[in-house]
Design a protein around this ligand. Structure first.
Ligand SMILES: [Zn+2]
Length: 240
């Protein structure tokens, strides 16, 4: 039934549409991902100004008719994340984070935790752009897996439950594995295992760091988990 929806939202993507419009991919706390059209937004005198851009956190009023595409009728800025935009690495990190959220969740699949995680991630990158490290980006993605219900098993072998000796990681098995169960696994060292456990356990603001080798293993574990369980292939977390 047609009506108005008042919601906070983070702009994941903004796509030019027609002469002067934009289609926005948004992530909202209660409705998850949704798409909305902002009419006339590319005209110089648009009442929306420049705020319907990626990485803005907004308070929106959307008109919901029968179409899947809602219409933006009002927009106020909650957080513009202006500092983040002036730092190439932070901007790249924000782009990859929004892309991961856009691709991991379908429209109308709400996870309130994902909204708060993304809002927190963008706020941290904005407050301190130097946080845009590979470790921080991996910690974000790992928490995203947890919020989506795909967190890998890290405490015991995902094949047999052995807690003594885990040597690899298997996306197919869903976590760390012991030597007897490592058929489809790749080697996961102690440092990478420790990084994954710590990154999941700590707040994002205290994300751990690790050696490049351990981060590469941790990233592979996250990517393989996503491929096997969410059937999504994401871009690497960073360009380096
Ligand atoms: Zn095992």
């Amino acid at each position: 039934m047609p009506g108005s929806l008042k919601t906070e939202a983070i702009v994941l993507r903004s796509i030019r549409f027609g002469e002067a419009d934009r289609v926005l991919h948004l992530y909202t706390p209660q409705r998850g991902r949704l798409s909305a059209i902002a009419k006339g937004v590319r005209r110089a005198k648009s009442r929306f100004g420049g705020r319907l851009e990626p990485y803005f956190r907004l308070q929106l009023v959307l008109y919901e008719g029968r179409s899947e595409l809602l219409t933006v009728t009002a927009a106020e800025t909650v957080h513009p994340h202006a500092r983040l935009r002036r730092d190439a690495r932070a901007l790249d990190g924000a782009s990859r984070a929004c892309d991961a959220v856009a691709r991991l969740f379908a429209d109308g699949e709400p996870h309130e935790g994902v909204f708060h995680l993304l809002a927190n991630h963008l706020a941290l990158l904005d407050a301190e752009p130097a946080r845009a490290t590979r470790g921080h980006a991996l910690a974000f993605r790992l928490k995203l897996l947890l919020a989506a219900g795909f967190a890998p098993q890290l405490a015991a072998c995902a094949g047999c439950g052995d807690t003594e000796h885990v040597v690899g990681f298997s996306g197919a098995a869903g976590g760390v594995v012991c030597p007897a169960c490592e058929a489809s696994a790749f080697p996961l060292g102690e440092e990478a295992h420790g990084f994954l456990v710590t990154a999941l356990g700590r707040p994002l603001s205290a994300a751990p760091d690790a050696s490049p080798r351990a981060l590469a293993q941790a990233e592979r574990a996250i990517l393989e988990t996503l491929e096997h369980h969410a059937h999504v292939r994401l871009r690497p977390v960073s360009a380096t």
